[in-house]
Design a protein around this ligand. Structure first.
Ligand SMILES: [Zn+2]
Ligand SMILES: [Zn+2]
Ligand SMILES: [Zn+2]
Ligand SMILES: [Zn+2]
Length: 157
């Protein structure tokens, strides 16, 4: 499986759920129905309500709303977290932020390399070989505490 296939998507609740503020579907072939259908596009799971966002999720890992994997919890994609969980200058607008990039299992010390052959946690392994060190900028902080890797336009100019 390619990591690139994991993309973030906005998920919406079903038009039939209590989250939809619009009430029941109007009769077809009316202006009311045209307006209603504009706000309730068809998806794999039936019509969804664009005014009832359910949050961002990984499109590849989720099978619709029934099994929605939040974007921050996708275990297959590459995540970007501050190294050692520390940001040197959290309040500065444009500061280098050293980051680790890798799958969640590796950032959470759950991949095989963190364990000895006996299955014990191996404190000698600081980071596993799947993790790369990169540098981001404090302006690239995303909502979930992770960072983007696009270069900062301010600091590099
Ligand atoms: Zn609705
Ligand atoms: Zn995923
Ligand atoms: Zn910046
Ligand atoms: Zn690993």
């Amino acid at each position: 499986m390619s990591l690139d296939e994991h993309v973030e998507g906005q998920f919406y609740w079903s038009a039939e759920s209590d989250h939809c503020p619009h009430g029941p579907e109007p009769d077809g072939d009316t202006e009311a129905w045209d307006e209603w259908s504009d706000r309730h596009p068809m998806s794999d799971e039936g019509r969804v309500c664009l005014d009832a966002p359910a949050g961002t999720a990984c499109v590849e890992c989720s099978t619709g709303l029934i099994d929605m994997v939040p974007w921050g919890e996708c275990r297959e994609r590459i995540h970007v977290r501050p190294r050692n969980g520390m940001v040197p200058n959290p309040d500065a607008e444009h500061q280098e932020v050293p980051v680790w990039t890798g799958p969640l299992d590796c950032l959470d010390r759950e991949c095989d390399e963190y364990f000895t052959e006996a299955g014990d946690d191996d404190p000698a392994v600081k980071v596993c070989s799947h993790i790369r060190e990169e540098v981001s900028c404090s302006c690239r902080r995303l909502g979930d505490g992770e960072y983007g890797l696009e270069p900062c336009s301010i600091r590099s100019s």
